[in-house]
Design a protein around this ligand. Structure first.
Ligand SMILES: Nc1ncnc2c1ncn2[C@@H]1O[C@H](COP(=O)(O)OP(=O)(O)O)[C@@H](O)[C@H]1O
Ligand SMILES: [Mg+2]
Length: 247
């Protein structure tokens, strides 16, 4: 079985000539199906850029990204879109819910796009609303929700779509500590109970401690020698690594 995600020699530079800014320098990363992997780095270290390249939302300068054993650069634009739609869910700091749709319509959206019948949509969406404790908010619009409710809605949406790999970009960045903790517990359960694979990028040690392994993005590279392995990582473990790596 190929790894669900394999990244090798990934380079990304923004701008050209004198204003060229190298952001990623030969990044390697492999994530096996069912793992919960965290990549930590300070603000501006290239974490969001890495996720954009993995999701095929932007193109790398050099290097390969394989999703489910398929090299994105060898696919046509349409094939890449289909592979991404099948494989990758995104959970963002700012939720990215559609403001004019209700909570339940937001969760159902990927199923609507696939053309699934209404009854089938409800059959998938209803249990997710209950599980994530947003059933009482099913007819509310995003602006009426708390941050935690918005993020749980966006995780429910990614699950409704059946995506095996969730890319989570600072998913607690806009939440209180308590709501953030709940969202991280939700992601942990989505890995343990649903067998989804999670790639989390964050600068928050509290969030990183939920992962099975933590890697560090330093000067545009993922430190090969330094990997924290759980289960049972603590915030202190993560702080220890950050100070050992001077980040
Ligand atoms: N579209 C872009 N054009 C130019 N520079 C960018 C662009 N996106 C990000 N950058 C720069 O690349 C670096 C890494 O950004 P980013 O991937 O957003 O980091 P992080 O998510 O770790 O905070 C930053 O210096 C940022 O200013
Ligand atoms: Mg970012």
């Amino acid at each position: 079985m190929p790894a669900i995600l394999h990244v090798e020699g990934l380079n990304k530079t923004y701008g050209e000539g004198a204003s060229a800014t190298p952001v990623l320098r030969s990044v390697d990363l492999t994530v096996e199906a069912g793992e919960f992997v965290c990549v930590m780095g300070p603000s501006g270290s290239g974490k969001s850029t890495l996720l954009h390249l993995i999701a095929g939302l932007d193109e790398a300068g050099e290097g390969t990204v394989e999703l489910d054993g398929q090299d994105l650069s060898r696919l046509s634009g349409r094939e890449r879109t289909l592979l991404r739609r099948r494989t990758v869910g995104y959970v963002f700091q700012f939720f990215n819910l559609l403001p004019n749709l209700t909570v339940s319509e937001n969760v159902a959206l990927p199923l609507l796009i696939e053309g699934r019948p209404k009854a089938e949509q409800a059959h998938i969406v209803q249990p997710l609303l209950e599980r994530f404790d947003i059933q009482g908010r099913a007819h509310a619009r995003p602006h009426q929700l708390s941050g935690g409710e918005m993020q749980r809605t966006s995780i429910a949406r990614a699950l409704a779509a059946g995506k095996p790999l969730l890319l989570c970009d600072e998913p607690t960045g806009n939440l209180s500590q308590k709501a953030g903790q709940e969202v991280m517990e939700t992601l942990r359960a989505v890995c343990d109970e649903d067998g989804r694979t999670i790639l989390l990028v964050t600068h928050n040690p509290r969030d990183a401690a939920f992962a099975d392994t933590v890697r560090f993005l330093v000067d545009g590279k993922i430190e090969r020698e330094h990997v924290l392995r759980g289960p049972g990582l603590t915030v202190e473990d993560v702080h220890g690594s950050l100070s050992a790596l001077s980040i």
